[in-house]
Design a protein around this ligand. Structure first.
Ligand code: SAH
Ligand code: SF4
Ligand code: F3S
Length: 497
């Protein structure tokens, strides 16, 4: 797919170009030479492993890192005992950070046995100064640290880290650049995330994302469409348009189009079957967007609409810029216009100042909206955010309230998801299910001797498991939803498409 990047034609005796992405192509060629030489010395191919923490945005960034690693001759592996390991980190809640520190210790063990091993850290955590200090002090075996704004320089940094003995640290405070035409290695051949914007300007008072991902920058619509066209040519049938707040797409572009207009353009791409997007901030979800979704044949029947809290007082303290009533009215309007849409959400319990009555408001919204699924988080204090300075809720109260919210979410979702039991719906087959319960599910479904358990996703984002063949992965099939098992279905293929 990236045939336009021809590393053989690059003159390595010349100076590195200053223009991007040409500069990175040059360093890819340099790194490729190093990887080949090192492989010869060791008598084996060098391996690389990218580990992703956090959201879809990070998953997409990891594909870009993997693309460069593959292009430069590394063999990609899931095994962290590799020659080059890159942790693409998340810092949205403190437990994400703790996970990374814990696993770095394990990596150090591998490195002691393989001194040529290189360890890199990038992503949202590394944008925090305190993290860099801690790495320098307690994790000196890390070879390379870079941030979210200079991910596009990975080829150059990886080359440097392989040449220099001491820790290479290159983290930018921000950027207004978007560098196109770098390689990417997709996790799934048939579906892909597509960045439409970077950063966030909303500054919800609990959230660290605007500090580590910088200000909002939209990608040129032409570039987005070109990328999707290339992806479709390469076998992709489903794209997920990615941004922290897709509803404000285009606002910083001269002559930019709105998100709804962008969706209309994406819809026209022939061969593309499904369109998803993440995330939609309720405060600026437009009527135009609802209309486009309603009329669309390709936009999936799923809308993730983060609530965070059902209490207007807490919403205000969170700087979410909508009230409980406004949110409910919006959800109601969406349900009326697009009755088959599945609504999902994010909820935070334990935000500073939250009382038991406030949580009751959240539960009230859950019961009224009836989400198909909801991610419930315990508030995590993030240094530097306004909420960190507010009075925190006692821990035992938070846990009690969290359990209540979780139970409410699970009870309502179970009833919601079940509403399609017995119907036939289209599913995109995503993978082979090798989980511990797959043999049992196959027995229950009276699967044939040569059938295996597949996992597919409905347009409304619900998962369904059904018997089939490995070569059906990546295709759209019609599935009868035989039995709802809480958040997912067991089903049977009615016909291939
Ligand atoms: N841009 C997206 C959210 C990105 S972060 C949006 O606005 O919806 C994903 C989710 O993490 C958020 O929706 C929120 O529920 C949760 N989150 C963010 N900061 C948090 C914090 N400090 N503590 C707990 N959960 C948090
Ligand atoms: Fe964080 Fe709010 Fe931006 Fe979402 S919209 S990334 S929750 S600041
Ligand atoms: Fe985490 Fe960064 Fe995403 S903080 S949630 S990986 S934008």
């Amino acid at each position: 797919m990236y045939d336009f990047i021809d590393l053989d034609r690059i003159d390595l005796s010349a100076e590195a170009p200053s223009k991007e992405p040409e500069r990175q192509y040059y360093f890819m060629a340099k790194l490729r030479e190093f990887v080949a030489r090192e492989g010869n010395r060791l008598g084996r191919k060098l391996t690389a492993c990218v580990v992703t923490f956090g959201c879809q945005m990070n998953a997409k960034d990891s594909e870009k890192l993997s693309g460069i690693l593959k292009k430069t001759g590394y063999v990609l592996t899931d095994d962290e005992n590799a020659d080059f390991v890159i942790y693409n980190t998340c810092t949205v809640r403190d437990n994400a950070n703790q996970k990374v520190y814990g696993r770095l210790g394990v990596l150090n063990g591998y490195k002691k046995k393989n001194p040529a091993m290189k360890i890199a850290l990038c992503g949202c955590m590394t944008q925090e100064k305190t993290v860099i200090e801690k790495l320098r002090e307690s994790y000196p075996f890390v070879d390379l640290v870079f941030g979210t704004h200079n991910l596009f320089t990975f080829a150059e940094l990886a080359y440097r880290a392989n040449q220099e003995k001491k820790m290479v640290v290159d983290v930018w405070e921000g950027t207004d650049r978007i560098v196109e035409d770098l390689p990417s290695e997709r996790k799934y051949p048939f579906k892909s995330g597509v960045n439409i914007m970077f950063g966030c300007n909303n500054f919800c008072s609990y959230c660290i994302v605007p500090y580590v991902r910088g200000r909002e920058r939209s990608r040129d619509a032409k570039e987005i469409l070109r990328e999707i066209e290339r992806l479709v040519e390469d076998g992709v049938v489903e794209v997920m348009l990615l941004g922290q707040n897709v509803n404000s797409y285009g606002k910083n572009l001269e002559n930019g189009i709105s998100f709804a207009q962008l969706l209309r353009e994406v819809e026209k791409i022939e061969g593309l079957k499904r369109i998803r997007f993440m995330t939609s901030h309720p405060k600026d979800l437009s009527d135009e967007l609802i209309q486009v979704m309603k009329e669309s044949k390709k936009i999936c029947r799923h809308l993730h609409l983060p609530l965070q809290s059902g209490s207007t007082k807490i919403l205000q303290a969170m700087n979410r810029r909508y009230t409980k009533e406004q949110y409910l009215a919006l959800a109601e309007k969406i349900r009326q216009e697009i009755p088959d849409v599945a609504l999902t959400t994010d909820i935070i319990v334990g935000f500073p100042g939250e009382t038991r009555e406030d949580v009751q408001d959240t539960i009230d919204v859950i019961q009224k909206v009836r989400y198909d699924n909801a991610f419930t988080f315990i508030y995590s204090k993030r240094t530097g955010t306004p909420a960190a300075a507010m009075e925190q809720v006692p821990e035992d109260q938070v846990h009690e309230e969290f359990d209540k919210v979780l139970k409410c979410v699970q009870d309502t979702a179970r009833m919601r998801v079940k509403r399609y039991e017995g119907q036939v719906m289209e599913a995109l087959v995503e993978e082979i299910n090798e989980g511990s319960n797959s043999a049992e599910a196959l027995r229950e479904l009276n699967a044939g001797p040569d059938e295996i358990l597949l996992t597919g996703r409905l347009s409304n984002n619900t998962i369904v498991h059904f018997p089939g063949r490995a070569d059906q992965v990546g295709t759209l099939v019609m599935v009868k939803l035989e039995e709802c098992r809480g958040f997912y279905y067991l089903g049977r293929i009615v016909s291939g498409k």
